[in-house]
Write a protein that binds this ligand. Sequence first.
Ligand code: SF4
Length: 100
Amino acid sequence: MTRTIEPNECRQDSGVFMPVIDRNSCEGKGDCVPSCPYNVFVLGVLPKEEHSNLSLKGKVKGFAHGWKQAFTPNVAACRACGYCVAACPEHAIKLQRTPK
Ligand code: SF4
């Protein structure tokens, strides 16, 4: 389901928090992409060299879903509204404070 989100609903300054994707949980379903008013996410394919970092669960999920996952090329634009966290059906996204 896609919903309209006004960017001014996110009150936090950008760059203070960032979404972190659990690579062992993400199934590349893509709900985070339209949920973010700041275009933080894109869907892509987990590089082969990163497959060995996954748990057994992550490897099974990755294989089953063609290694499709979400990535955050625009992570600095995050304003911590939390819509992506709520949108992910796999509970794979957490917000954490950006390291200084
Ligand atoms: S919390 Fe998620 S939806 Fe909100 S701005 Fe950050 S990345 Fe986008």
